[in-house]
Design a protein. Structure first.
Length: 148
């Protein structure tokens, strides 16, 4: 019996491979436990179509992430905080950065994706890293001004 594996099976094969197995093992274990499907032409073609569609979706998401990274690189975010002689009362938080991005540029970034390497506790220009997933990150420039 030929089966299409739906997950990795130790000693048999990897997900997506077509394997020849004994009828009892294929029917009573692999197919019964949803670890494989009977390898007909229709099942194989449907699996290949799903894999192509999945790859296209991933490529589209990667392109969107790269575009978002490019737009973040070109932004200089302006944040105004209360302070005294160049020092801020408190520090600029990830929540403030995400809120300012939403307000000024209509970009929604999760605060967990922002990494502030050095706490922003004084007036000036800073760079923070925004991780967008799949190994894509962007440097966001922030200009902190004192509220007068």
């Amino acid at each position: 019996m030929k089966v299409l594996l739906l997950e990795d099976i130790k000693g048999l094969g990897k997900k997506g491979e077509v394997c020849e197995v004994k009828d009892g093992y294929g029917q009573n274990f692999l197919i019964a436990k949803n670890k494989a499907k009977h390898a007909t032409n229709e099942v194989i073609n449907r699996y290949k179509a799903e894999q192509r569609q999945k790859a296209e979706q991933e490529a589209l998401e990667m392109a969107e992430r790269k575009q978002l990274a490019k737009s973040l690189e070109s932004i200089v975010l302006h944040i105004t905080r209360k302070g005294n002689k160049g020092a801020l009362f408190g520090s600029v938080t990830k929540e403030e950065i995400t809120h300012a991005l939403q307000e000024e540029h209509r970009l929604t970034i999760d605060k967990k994706d922002i990494e502030i390497s050095v706490p922003i506790k004084h007036i000036g220009d800073f760079v923070v890293e925004v991780k967008l997933g799949a190994g894509i990150s962007a440097k966001l420039k922030i200009n902190v001004k004192e509220d007068s």
